[in-house]
Design a protein around this ligand. Structure first.
Ligand code: NAD
Length: 478
């Protein structure tokens, strides 16, 4: 089955007539074709988005909101079809796609459909004048998203951009484009005016790079690797485009001996291996206070060994397939590197061939100990079911270890000590800190990273501020 681009309200084949292979990671087999789009499609999408901009920007907030709500309703109606498509495309357990990915895609749209009706801007009064800030949509926006949470992150960008009155060219990952393709059909059915959203499929270096360098695309919202984020910034910055970059992470879990142990253990298994460890917020470096270290190690290994690796569609599967062959090989290369760097594999480290899925890309959840904090395994993002565990003695040491990497996306702290929580949370170099919980999301909060993990914030009014341009208007009193 070949997917199609969505340009000016219509589904269109790529002008090149060429398609990239689309893989089912659970079997390692090709199951479809992804349009191999490029500059031509970007130009057509831009023309459509630009032509649609005035009318969409001038539509009342209520009307824009209603159309978005209709799209969210259709996602809910198609929940099962979308969950199955997401699981097939990505290799994630179907149960996870049902419970997390698809409901969150619908919530993203519904949330921003409502948020825009509550969005406001400031006014600043002087003795002799009033200033008010007008926030207007920017124009044509480019959004570029990754493969790990395909529809979830795709809609997380599109929803605020559209709600704020922009028109959009959106590029899902070529590795997992299926739900974005199904989403284009939903937009057509929901009556989204033509050209308001255009979805282009294909290679990042071709279609993604063409979007970034197109002079008419005024802002880029990107989620993906730090390497690609850096490339995008180097093209967009001299063109003075607005950019929002959500990039990689190497998140620490800091576990103190006084924590709620059972809750911590349950959550740490999840924060290590959910979605095969392919969530930017997964905790991949687990720092444990020395008195608890041996007990934690034993229990964590035992619990991890019980995780069921298998076909994404099987009801009892906890760990599905890795998304692609190159990524599978990258993760394995890091397991090899960890051994070379002196690490001991406590459990995992091997590939798995579930029955009937022998050619799929499966890796056991892997726990490694004995590595220094500044080795490559502990500094570079692996983005798979691989974690390292390390003891620490003091709070100061925990902070030093936690902050050692170039990344700064999120951190989870486990302790019952409130004063310590406040001290550490303030000093951790991360955009998001969870205390005694993980991936606990409120869509109103600012989301993003510091250092090499990000520039700017998504979520709530932060996103609506990003997708609008403020203009100060000063009116003198008479
Ligand atoms: P990636 O950077 O390889 O690709 C992301 C997107 O960028 C894809 O759509 C790709 O086609 C496109 N792209 C590639 N090269 C491009 C270029 N030169 N110009 C424009 N677009 C280009 O990332 P990935 O492998 O798809 O995703 C995994 C990465 O995403 C990990 O590093 C992970 O941490 C990160 N991530 C971050 C967050 C966050 O919120 N911070 C969330 C999810 C994933």
């Amino acid at each position: 089955m070949n997917l199609a681009n969505y340009i000016n309200g219509e589904l269109k084949a790529p002008t090149s007539g060429k398609y990239l292979d689309l893989f089912d990671p659970s079997k390692g087999e090709v199951y479809g074709g992804v349009p191999d789009s490029g500059e031509e499609e970007v130009e057509s999408a831009y023309q459509a988005a630009n032509a649609a901009f005035e009318d969409w920007a001038n539509l009342s907030v209520d009307k824009r909101s209603q159309i978005l709500v209709k799209i969210a309703d259709l996602i809910d109606e198609r929940h099962e079809e979308l969950a199955q498509a997401e699981s097939l495309d990505n290799g994630k357990p179907l149960s996870l796609a049902r419970k997390v990915d698809i409901p969150r895609a619908s919530s993203n749209i519904r949330f921003f459909a409502q948020a825009i009706t509550q969005f406001s801007s400031e006014s600043h009064e002087m003795a002799d004048a009033i200033n008010y800030t007008l926030r207007s949509p920017i124009g044509v926006i480019g959004t570029i998203s990754p493969w790990n949470l395909p529809l979830y992150l795709f809609t997380w960008k599109i929803a605020p951009a559209l709600a704020a009155g922009n028109t959009v060219i959106a590029k899902p990952s070529e590795v997992t484009p299926m739900t974005a393709f199904l989403f284009s059909k939903i937009c057509i059915e929901a009556g989204l005016p033509k050209g308001v959203l255009n979805i282009l499929h294909g290679d990042g270096l071709k279609v993604g790079a063409s979007m970034v360098k197109h002079p008419g695309v005024k802002a880029i919202s990107f989620t993906g690797s730090t390497r690609v984020g850096r490339e995008i910034a180097s093209v967009a910055a001299p063109m003075f485009k607005k950019i929002s970059l959500e990039m990689g992470g190497k998140n620490p879990n800091v576990i103190f001996a006084d924590c709620d142990y059972d809750l911590m253990l349950d959550t740490t298994v999840r924060s290590s291996f959910a979605n095969q460890g392919q969530i930017c917020l997964c905790g991949s470096r687990i720092l444990v206070e020395k008195p608890l270290y041996e007990k934690f190690k034993k229990d964590f290994v035992e619990r991890t060994k019980k995780l069921k690796i298998g076909a994404p569609t099987a009801a009892d599967t906890n760990i599905g397939a890795i998304v692609s062959k190159p990524h599978f090989e990258k993760i394995l290369s890091y397991i090899k590197l960890a051994k070379e760097e002196g690490g001991t594999i406590l459990t995992g480290g091997n590939t798995v061939q579930p029955e009937g899925h022998e050619n799929g890309w499966y890796i056991e959840p892997t726990i490694i100990e004995g590595l220094p904090h500044d080795c490559r395994t502990n500094l570079e993002e692996i983005f798979g079911p691989v974690v390292t565990i390390m003891p620490f003695e003091t709070e100061a040491e925990a902070l030093q270890f936690a902050n050692v990497t170039d990344y700064g996306l999120s951190c989870t702290i486990w302790t019952e000590n409130l004063s310590r929580t406040q001290r550490i949370a303030k000093k951790i170099q991360a955009g998001i800190v969870w205390v005694n919980t993980w991936l606990h999301r409120d869509l109103r909060t600012p989301f993003g990273g510091v250092k090499s993990s990000g520039v700017g914030r998504e979520g709530g009014f932060e996103a609506l501020r990003f997708f609008t341009e403020p203009k100060n208007i000063c009116i003198k009193y008479k």
